[in-house]
Design a protein around this ligand. Sequence first.
Ligand code: ARG
Length: 400
Amino acid sequence: MIVAKRVVLAYSGGLDTSVAVRWMTEEMKVEVIALAADVGQGGDWSAIEERARAAGAVEAVVADLRDEYANDFVAPALKANAKYEGKYPLISSLSRPIIARHLVAAAREFGADAIAHGCTGKGNDQVRFEVSSRALAPDLEVIAPVRGWNLTREQSIDLAQQWGIPITVTKASPYSIDQNLWGRTIECGVLEDPWEQPPEEVYELTTPTATEPRDTVIRFRQGLPVAIDGHEMPLHELIVEVTRVVGAYGWGRIDMVENRRVGIKSREIYECPGALALLMAHADLEDLTLERDLAHEKARLEPRYAELVYDGLWFSPLKAALDAFVAESQQFVTGEVRLRCELPGRCIVSGRRSHVGLYDYGLATYEAADRFRHQDAEGFVRLWGLGVETWAARQSRRER
Ligand code: ARG
C-alpha cells in the first residue's frame, strides 16, 4: 500500500519519466518533484526542466553532479580497475548511486516521503536505485511506476500527447541509451540478436575522425589522472578530454553478453574510450609502482569490487572496506603513461615512468651497470626448489 504524499522522481526528460510525473499525480494522488541529474550525459537542461513542469511536477530541479560524480564515484572505481566480468567499466552502475544520494537529499529538503524511478523490472538499474535508497534512507518509500503500469511505447506517446507534455519523439530510435561521463550504453533493436553486428549508427563517441597517429601523456597522482599532455584539469573535464582524443580513433567499443543481477543474459554495446584508456593507463602505472604482493592481492579483489558495484551494493560495508584497501594501495601510483593512438581503432600504452616506480635499471639491466648480486641467486634457487627436489628423489626411489 502506497501512502506517500510527496515523491522525488529521478527525471531524465524522456518519454517514460515524463509520463510518470503525470501518471503518479493522477493515479497515486501524490505531488511529484522532478530531479534531473547532470552526470555528463549532455542535454538541454532548461527544456528538460520546462518539460517536467509541463508534465505536472510541483518542483523541477536540475542538479549539476559532474564534479561529484567524477570525484566520489568514478575515481574510486578507476583506482579499483573496476570492470564487470572483466570488460564493462560500470557506466550505468556508477551513476545510479549518486542519483539515489541526491533523490534522498531532495526528499529531505522538500519534505517528501518517497523517491521514485522510471526503471522497468528487467534491468539492473532498479536494483541500484532501490538498494542505494534503502541503504541511505530506510524510512523512504520507493515507487517504480513504469515497472507496474504495463504501457506500450505507443500508449505512452498517446498519453503524453493527451496530457500536453511536449515530447519530441523523433523517428522513435529503436535503441535504449544511457550515458554519462564514463561512457555510453546501447541496447535493444537489432542488438537483441547477439549474432547481429552492431550498425555503425549506434556509435557516437567512437566515430573515427582522426587522420594522424597521436601520442598522449596522462599524468597520475596517487592513482588518479590529473593532467593530459601537461594540462592539469578537474577529473570530470579530463575524462571528457580523453574520451574526445581517443574516441577519434574509433577505439573504445565493447560488444558483450553479460549477466544481469536479475538472472537475464543480455547483449550490450558500450562505447567508453575515455574510461577504457584511463583504466588501461592506470593499471599499467600500477604495474610499475605496486609492490608484487600488493599488486597480486589487489587483482584478486578487483572483480569482487566490480561485482558489488554492478549489483547495486555501492553503499555497503564490504564495498566501503574494499575502498579503504584500494585507497591505501594508491599512495605511490604517481607518474606518467604515454598512450599511442593509431588508425584504425588502435590505442596502446607505449611508455610509462615514475619517480616512485619500482623498476630499477641497475637490477633489471643485462648491461655493465648491473648491480644484481648474481651469487645470491644460486642459494636462493636451491632452497626455492628444495621441497620439490626432495619429493622427486623419493619418487624415483619408490619406482625402483
Ligand atoms: N547493462 C548495463 C548495466 O546494467 C547498462 C544498463 C543501461 N541502463 C539503461 N537504463 N539503459 O549497467
